[in-house]
Design a protein around this ligand. Structure first.
Ligand code: NDP
Length: 254
């Protein structure tokens, strides 16, 4: 028995066209699942699809703005139409606006909450009937070190990522009856487009992450592949409602 065999399964990965989403998509694809990459930027998705197909699986792009309920419903319908079913949903799309709390507009607050938290709820709700029909499934939500810690420049981001952990627990308890496992992953500092911007905006961030992380380096999208494979596969069938840090030890270091 191969605990990590995902052949015949289909995974939908929001924001799978780059960064952590693509790293996770590659981890899940390496276990044999076919992949739906969801995002808004089709150009970026083209090279992501190539890198997934190199692993011998089918990969398609579905364009959606996951802050919109109608797009989430259409994203699942198009995934089923293209690849026949949905077994795994990775809610990875995310963004940040870095400012002091007193400087955010109401729109900026809602933009971050909608992109990081509401989207994960809407996509999970949209996927639920398909997961049930598949006989069960896996939802993997992406939190952050900001699910655990605060930072002066990250009030809406930390609020959304704290919410991801609690939402995962609540969904895990609701949908265990349907054989759906819901877990969160809390990445440490990973080198992506999102954190390139952070390093430009936050003085000394690059060095302070290296200094505090016991492994002494930033993570790469590839570092996120293994946890995705685990949480998507039968190896984690009795694991639900957890929040797993993948952070090179950042969250356990003084
Ligand atoms: P990227 O900016 O590379 O990826 C973000 C992805 O989200 C993009 O692919 C983007 O697709 C997609 N996206 C954003 N908004 C929407 C939307 N409204 N609808 C559909 N897709 C959308 O950043 P990361 O890879 O770093 O981030 C991925 C996740 O990991 C985020 O949730 C982030 O908060 C989280 N994270 C990142 C950490 C890091 O250190 N990098 C640490 C902890 C958590 P498109 O370009 O097509 O819009």
């Amino acid at each position: 028995m191969n605990l990590f065999d995902l052949r015949g399964k289909v995974a939908v990965i929001t924001g799978g066209n780059g960064g952590i989403g693509l790293g996770m998509a590659r981890g899940i694809a390496s276990c044999g699942a076919n992949i739906v990459v969801v995002g808004r930027n089709a150009e970026k998705a083209a090279s992501a699809l190539d890198s997934l197909r190199e692993l011998g699986v089918e990969a398609v792009f579905v364009s959606a703005d996951v802050t919109r309920k109608a797009d989430c419903v259409a994203m699942i319908a198009q995934s089923v139409q293209a690849l026949g079913r949905v077994d795994i949903l990775v809610n990875n799309a995310g963004t940040s606006i870095r400012k002091m709390p007193e400087d955010y507009s109401e729109e900026e607050w809602h933009h971050v909450l909608d992109t990081n938290l509401t989207s994960a709820f809407l996509a999970s709700q949209a996927a639920y009937p398909a997961l049930k029909q598949a006989g069960g499934g896996k939802i993997i939500n992406i939190g952050s070190m900001m699910s655990l810690f605060g930072a002066p420049y990250a009030t809406p981001y930390a609020s959304s990522k704290g919410g991801i952990v609690q939402m995962s627990r609540a969904l895990a308890t609701a949908w265990a009856k349907d054989n759906i496992q819901v877990n969160a992953v809390l990445p440490g500092w990973i080198d992506t487009d999102l954190t390139k911007r952070a390093r430009q905006q936050v003085d000394g961030l690059h060095e302070s992450v290296e200094k505090r992380t016991p492994f002494g380096r930033w993570g790469t999208p590839h570092d996120m592949a293994g946890v995705a494979a685990f949480l998507a596969s039968p190896a984690s069938d009795f694991v639900t409602g957890t929040a797993i840090p993948v952070d090179g030890g950042f969250s356990v270091a003084m």
